[in-house]
Structures are given as C-alpha cells and as structure tokens.
Design a protein around this ligand. Structure first.
Ligand code: SF4
Ligand code: SF4
Length: 496
C-alpha cells in the first residue's frame, strides 16, 4: 500500500509470504466464507448469462456455420459464422493483436474486472463448484469441521457426492470445449460410438475432464495466483488511476475493534477490524494491505464490508471500486496519457482489421513458376512457361472458377483457359499448367501476363505472372547476359 503513512504504518509483513502457502511451503487450504450481497447477486446474473452462452455456443449457427470453431487439428477456424483458413493467418494475427491491445486498455482503466466477472476459471470455481461445496458441506466453519473430523458415513457420503457432481460437471465442460474444437457433430459421434472407434477423441475428452476436475477440485485459486500470465501482468498494467477493488485507507485507518453497544471515537477510522473481508476472500488475502497480485476483483470483500458498515451505521464503500488517486486525492481521471496512447493503438489496429476483412477474397489463387524451369520453344512456334497453380476455396460452399488470360491477348493458358474448375467447400485444387505465347509476340526476356479468376462470370481476382522468354536478337551480348541472369533470379525468387 502506498501513501498516507502518516495516518497508518502499514504492516509490510504480508509481502513475505502468500496466503495459500505456509512457512514450510505446504499448501494452506482456503475456506472462504459464503459471499452474499449486492455485487454477488449481480455476479450471479452475469454468470448465468455467460455460462448459458458458453454451453449454448456450439449449437448456435450463423448462416449454417458455428458461432465459434477453433479446429486447430484440421486448421479450420470459424468466427461469427465466417470461415478462416491457414492462408488467413495475417487476419488471425491482427485479430489476436487487437484482442490483446483491448485487454491491456481495459485493464489499465478497469483493473482486473475480467478475472472476477468474466474469466471461465473464476466463474466455474466461485459460482459453480464452490456453490456445490457450500450446498453439500455448508459454510466455511462447517467445511473446516468436516475436514478435521475422522471418517464417518456422513463425511464419506458428503465427500463422495461432492466429487461425483464435480466429475459430472467437468465432463460437461470438457464436452463443450471439445465441441468448440472439433464441432458438435464430431463430438456427438465420439459420445455415441464405442471408444475404440475414435480413441484419440475419447482420450482427448478424458484428459480434458481430468484437467478440469483437477483444477476445480484441487488446484483452485492457484491457477490465478501461480499460473495465469494475465494475473502476473497486473504489476505492469495497473497504474494509480486504474479502477480496482480498493480499501479506503484514509477513511478506514486507524482501524480498531468496536465493543458491543459502543460507537467508534472521532480519532478512530471506520474499519472495525472484523476481518470479514479477509474471511470471504477466495484467494485468502487482506485487501486492506492494498492491491495485490492475488486479488481477482471478485467483490466478495466489498459486499462483506458494506454489510458491516450498514450494521455499525456507517456509509457503505469502505472497500469499493476506486483508483489509488480517487482515494488519496478524490480525483478519478479516466483519460490518462497511457489510456489515450493504448486507445490510439487500438483504433489503428481495428482500422487495419476492418480494411483487411473488407478486402479479403473468398478464393485465393497462387501462381508460381515450377522450380528449376525457364522457357521452352515448341515446334509450332510458341514459347512456353510451366507454372504451379493453386486455388483455395475459403468458403463453406462449392465454388466454380474460370481462369482466363486477361493480357496480353496473344497469351494462352493451356488446358484450363476459359474452362470451369469446381473447388469443393474449404478445398484446394492444384495443377501444373503451361502459359504459351507465340514466339513473335515475345518482345523481351520478361513479359507480364495477367490471369483473371472469374466466379459466375464475375472477376474476383487478378493474378500477375512473370513469363520468361528468349532475349531480343537486337540486344548486345552484355544486355542479353544481364537479361538472362535477371530472369533466372526472378524465377528463383518467385519460387521461394
Ligand atoms: S470488513 Fe470492513 S470493517 Fe471489517 S475488517 Fe474488512 S475493511 Fe474493516
Ligand atoms: S480481495 Fe476482495 S475482490 Fe480481491 S479476491 Fe479477495 S475478496 Fe475478491
């Protein structure tokens, strides 16, 4: 905690250890008190909405395609019903950059709100698994008693019931995650067929289930404290103007216990040191020590403290969403130079993304000279070049393409000029084709040929191709050699 040391000498000892590990390095199991209050009710509403979206997501279709599909195995991606292929890696990279800049900007302004309110780890842990634990084992003191008592029928049945439900929910989560990875139909096929028919899928589901069960039953808050990289970044992202869950030390200190039927004196702060804010904390920290890496902004301590303030007749908000500057100087500034700088970067990346998306073609054509070839002279008076031509259909429908030589008019694409080629949904067609130009029309060592790619008679792409020919007879020896060297060099570069 920074500042106001004249009012209160903060105990810095909390920095020497973390709340979930004892001096010998052994895990201290956290039993947070059951949360309740305004923010908790709000979180329930947000959780119901987000988890409904999460479980319904694989079934939601846009134009017959899933809302989100991240098929890393087949390198197929669908975002809001739009297909993306490995060829679109530039777009995916820009989307990722935009996402990270947005997260950074959001964190600089609103701190770690994402963690407590939207992160699947916290939502499932605090709003699903922890609630089941409260339901079966009771509130924190009852859980501690149950853990310490010797094994009995009651303890055995409670623990067994809890873990069976945990495994069932983990199975549900892993199937949903699998549906986002390989699609609903494939996941359904794994479920409805014997494991031997789809061993890889079955093992994948079991591994996911094991991971989710392990995280929610045992690892718990350690995922946020010790593993999550986003949590680790808080130290560099948060500033004095970031809005976080904060204790108002000016109002709360000097803290002191309040005896029954007593009101605290004018020299005493509003904090009565009841420690309820610590008891409800799922990561076991004392927010009165200031913003800490472990705080996931779950707001349980705000609710607990507001409840205490109401009971002792003080205004709510001793712990609240506020920035360091708002508490110390009474000044909440949203648009700091950092926020403005990140906003400019975000607008620039979003602009670039819109441009790339609006100019993205549904078909991609690549034309490259076959490595190691130059030109050939045919008996019927043509110069020919050999090309690898590749058509990628980035849509979910079959596409019929026609390829024509646009210019020069004397050039001809052997075999496929003007002919229709059917490319299946998400398919790729490759071929090796000659471009021919009558020898009299080849005026230089390099001729630029334009190929037009048509879909339903509409030109969708124009591809520029370099055609190598013999050097002009009128050239002197030096420029002929130069032309030939350049032609060879270009050929090599095109094939890289
Ligand atoms: S809940 Fe409020 S009053 Fe109680 S210890 Fe925490 S900050 Fe102080
Ligand atoms: S300090 Fe408060 S907001 Fe932060 S994790 Fe603990 S209870 Fe949640």
């Amino acid at each position: 905690m920074q500042g106001s040391e004249e009012l209160y000498q903060f105990d810095e000892e909390f920095r020497n250890s973390i709340a979930t590990v004892d001096e010998k390095g052994k895990r201290i199991w956290i039993h947070p008190k059951k949360p309740s209050g305004y923010y908790h009710r709000l979180r329930i509403v947000v959780t119901v909405f987000l988890l409904t979206l999460f479980f319904a997501g694989p079934f939601i279709r846009i134009g017959g395609q899933p809302l989100l599909l991240i098929n890393i195995f087949e390198r197929r991606f669908v975002v809001f019903g739009q297909a993306f292929w490995p060829q679109d890696f530039v777009i995916l990279a820009i989307i990722l950059i935009a996402f990270f800049v947005f997260i950074i900007l959001f964190t600089v302004v609103f701190g770690r709100v994402w963690c407590g309110w939207m992160c699947p780890q916290t939502l499932f842990m605090e709003m699903v698994f922890r609630k089941i634990e409260y339901w079966i084992e009771g509130d924190a003191p009852a859980q501690r008693r149950l853990n310490n008592e010797p094994i009995s029928f009651s303890k055995f049945s409670k623990k067994t019931a809890k873990h069976i439900i945990f495994i069932a929910i983990s199975l549900l989560i892993s199937h949903t995650v699998m549906a986002y990875l390989i699609g609903v139909e494939e996941t359904y096929a794994i479920i409805t067929h014997p494991p031997t028919e789809n061993m890889a899928g079955f093992i994948g589901l079991m591994v996911f289930t094991g991971i989710f069960y392990g995280v929610y039953a045992r690892f718990r808050e350690q995922a946020c404290i010790a593993v999550c990289p986003y949590g680790r970044l808080q130290g560099v992202l948060l500033g004095k103007s970031s809005i976080v869950v904060a204790y108002d030390w000016l109002r709360g200190e000097p803290r002191g216990r309040l005896k029954k039927n007593e009101t605290n004196s004018a020299s005493q702060g509003d904090c009565i040191d009841c420690k309820l804010c610590v008891h409800v904390c799922p990561t076991g920290i004392d927010i009165r020590n200031g913003t800490q890496l472990e705080c996931v902004n779950c707001t349980a301590c705000i609710d607990a403290c507001d409840d205490v303030m109401l009971k002792i007749g003080k205004p709510k908000g001793l712990i609240r969403f506020a920035s360091f500057n708002a508490i110390e100087k009474g000044l909440q500034k949203l648009f700091t130079p950092r926020v403005i700088a990140y906003s400019i970067v975000l607008v620039a990346v979003a602009g670039l993304l819109s441009f790339v998306l609006s100019t993205r073609s549904s078909v991609e054509t690549t034309v490259l000279k076959v490595p190691g070839t130059l030109y050939q002279r045919t008996d019927d008076g043509f110069i020919t070049n050999l090309y690898n031509i590749e058509f990628v259909n980035k849509t979910f429908d079959s596409v019929t393409l026609t390829t024509k030589v646009e210019s020069p008019s004397s050039a001809m694409l052997q075999k496929i000029d003007g002919k229709s080629i059917l490319i299946p949904p998400g398919g790729l067609i490759k071929g090796v084709y000659f471009i021919r130009i009558p020898v009299d029309h080849v005026k230089s060592a390099r001729t630029i040929v334009y190929l037009g790619i048509y879909r339903d008679n509409e030109l969708i792409e124009k591809v520029k191709v370099k055609f190598i020919g013999p050097v002009s007879k009128s050239s002197d020896m030096r420029s002929r050699l130069k032309d030939e060297r350049e032609s060879e060099k270009e050929n090599e570069n095109d094939n890289k």
